[in-house]
Design a protein around this ligand. Structure first.
Ligand code: 5RP
Length: 249
């Protein structure tokens, strides 16, 4: 009986997962179809949804013989670009990008995003800031009216390792909530970013009146490298649903 029970659970979990993946793929494919043109320089974000964007981009480059240079936001993005044999660029050779395509952990009604669930926030923000437009791709669980509604893990903040404790305390004193040092699986040690830093996750208890002011205050704390708040950066977001439809806003 327990084997049957396990099998049922596993297949249910499988259905749920594939629905989420359907949404991610639909969003990524629509965004690549509508936003990328020949001879563009494209920022490639990080995370699981971006994998589908790179797949679609590789298809289009082959089918339409496009000339695209891809600038990665992380080690993962760099690997993806190379695995698909796309042209790899850097911000040194391409400091101005036409578009950046990236995932998000949550996006509110104004397209303010929480990013950094994969600890790549700093390079993601640098690349997005160099792009004429940032296009967000996600499954529709990431679509919120207000930050903190759907995503409960808080706002990621990349910090210089020696400063993690004072930064943790200062954010808690200023804004309340709980600031947690992100640990690797099985608590093997702190998560270390591609830049050699640590990540704090600020679990805020109530949404800020002004995320902009809050972001500026946090960035002023010595030791803070970057926050996962992306304010006034995204121009458009594509949210894919479980049945493969896409809501764009
Ligand atoms: C990584 C990120 C990702 O874009 C974000 O976490 C969304 O990831 P996914 O597409 O896997 O849901 O900010 O730092």
């Amino acid at each position: 009986r327990s084997a049957v029970f396990r099998a049922t659970c596993q297949s249910r979990q499988c259905v749920t997962m594939s629905n989420i993946e359907t949404g991610k793929k639909a969003a990524a494919f629509a965004a690549v179809n509508e936003n990328i043109k020949n001879n563009q320089k494209v920022g490639i974000g990080s995370g699981s949804t971006v994998v589908y964007a790179v797949q679609r981009l590789a298809q289009r480059i082959k089918e339409e013989n496009l000339n695209i240079i891809c600038i990665p936001t992380s080690f993962q993005a760099n690997q993806l670009i190379q695995e698909h044999r796309l042209n790899l660029g850097t911000l040194e050779t391409c400091p101005i990008l036409d578009v950046a395509i990236d995932g998000a952990d949550e996006t509110d009604k104004d397209l303010t995003c929480i990013k950094g669930g994969g600890a790549c926030l700093t390079q993601e923000k640098i690349v997005a800031s160099c792009a004429k437009q940032l296009v967000i791709i996600a499954d529709d669980r990431k679509d919120s009216q207000e930050l903190g509604t759907n995503y409960k893990k808080g706002i990621p903040i990349e910090v210089i390792p020696m400063a993690y404790k004072p930064v943790q305390m200062k954010i808690q004193d200023m804004f309340g909530g709980e600031v947690i040092l992100r640990m690797a699986q099985q608590k093997a040690g702190p998560v270390v970013t591609d830049n050699g830093n640590f990540v704090l996750d600020w679990k805020f208890t109530k949404p800020c009146d002004s995320w902009d002011k809050c972001n500026t205050c946090i960035k002023m704390i010595p030791g803070v490298v970057e926050t996962g708040l992306f304010i006034n950066m995204a121009k458009v977001a594509y949210f894919g649903t479980a049945d493969g439809k896409v809501n764009k806003r």
